[in-house]
Design a protein around this ligand. Structure first.
Ligand code: 13P
Ligand code: SF4
Length: 316
């Protein structure tokens, strides 16, 4: 009999046969989001990874997300479709440099954004995501000295919102960093009826122009609850899939940094394709491997984040 089934069908079949949980980040291409068991932001996906009883986790996102899933499930096989799907923000913070940076600030605790390598996590006291960063910082005493790494933009936003003076590591995301207040303002003027929503990885000048600043999940919730019909969206373009699915009657315009650019596509997130997802399932590649000691040390600050988030009611 002629084999004539689509990649999508092959993926769905193999997923069941091999007992695989597919996790997809909101920045993945729509086709990948549609074959995922769960689509979410980094906080939700970390939680789903922790809860699963499936044999294998296929993480469609970027490398550090796969690492987080492995750290939370050391006994499970965690695979990602492309080992080169990194993250400019995670790459901007290297182990040796960060260790040296940290040594300059004794008596400080380290809060690291989840967008960092497992090695950086081992040097951290608490991990946060954009979905809980503000609450996690607020849960600490005012006088507590804090190093925030690696994202200077998220850290700067929290400093501004809380009146704290956390020491910021100088890392950033290449996708959000390139958005400018000048061009964002131009887009706002051209769309006076639109609400501007922004990810806190945007620089401070752009965040200050936004009507709402929050994680991908936060933006999705905000738009769903809003009565407004038009939104300017300052983050990676993959989020539009979910926004449009949830709100067919609303209009979304991605904020760019010039007239015609594809600059809102994260080149790392977009390395994943349906063909690679299928290859991953067929060959159970590419496996995330971490040493036992790295897993033990990196797990502590992640568990701390999850327990604070539960206590604060951010996750169940
Ligand atoms: P979220 O934590 O909002 O999922 O964002 C992850 C990310 O990579 C943002 O660039
Ligand atoms: Fe990293 Fe930025 Fe891509 Fe998110 S959008 S994965 S922070 S490079």
């Amino acid at each position: 009999m002629k084999e004539d089934i689509s990649i999508r069908e092959k993926i769905l079949k193999l997923k069941e046969q091999k007992d695989v949980l597919i996790l997809g980040h909101y920045y993945q291409i729509p086709e990948i989001q549609d074959i995922s068991d769960f689509v979410g932001d980094s906080l939700n996906l970390a939680q789903k990874a922790k809860e699963t009883t499936k044999k294998i986790i296929l993480f469609c996102g970027v490398h550090f997300m796969g690492e987080t899933a492995k750290i939370l499930n050391p006994d499970k096989k965690v695979i990602i479709p492309d080992m080169n799907a990194g993250c400019s923000l995670a790459d901007s913070c290297k182990y040796t440099e960060f260790k040296e940076f940290k040594s300059k600030y004794p008596n400080h605790i380290v809060i690291s954004y989840v967008n960092c390598s497992a090695e950086i996590k081992t040097l951290s006291d608490i991990i946060c995501t954009s979905g809980n960063a503000l609450q996690i910082v607020n849960s600490l005493p005012k006088e507590q000295k804090i190093i925030f790494a690696p994202d200077k933009n998220l850290g700067g936003y929290i400093n501004r919102m809380t009146g704290r003076n956390m020491v910021l590591y100088n890392g950033s995301c290449e996708v959000h960093e390139q958005l400018t207040s000048e061009y964002t303002l131009k887009m706002k003027r051209e769309n006076p009826d639109a609400i501007l929503i922004a990810h806190p990885e945007c620089n401070d000048a752009v965040s200050k122009l936004a009507d709402y600043v929050g994680s991908t999940q936060g933006m999705i919730k905000y738009v769903k609850e809003s009565k407004n019909k038009k939104f300017l969206v300052a983050t990676e373009s993959g989020i539009l899939h979910k926004l449009q699915q949830d709100n067919p009657d609303k209009e979304f315009i991605v904020v760019t940094s010039s007239e015609s650019c594809a600059c809102n596509d994260c080149r790392h997130m977009k390395l994943n394709t349906m063909e690679k997802v299928l290859y991953s399932l067929e060959n159970e590649e590419y496996e995330i491997k971490l040493s036992e000691q790295t897993i033990i040390n990196a797990r502590k600050p992640i568990e701390k984040m999850l327990s604070i988030s539960k206590k604060l009611g951010i996750i169940k």
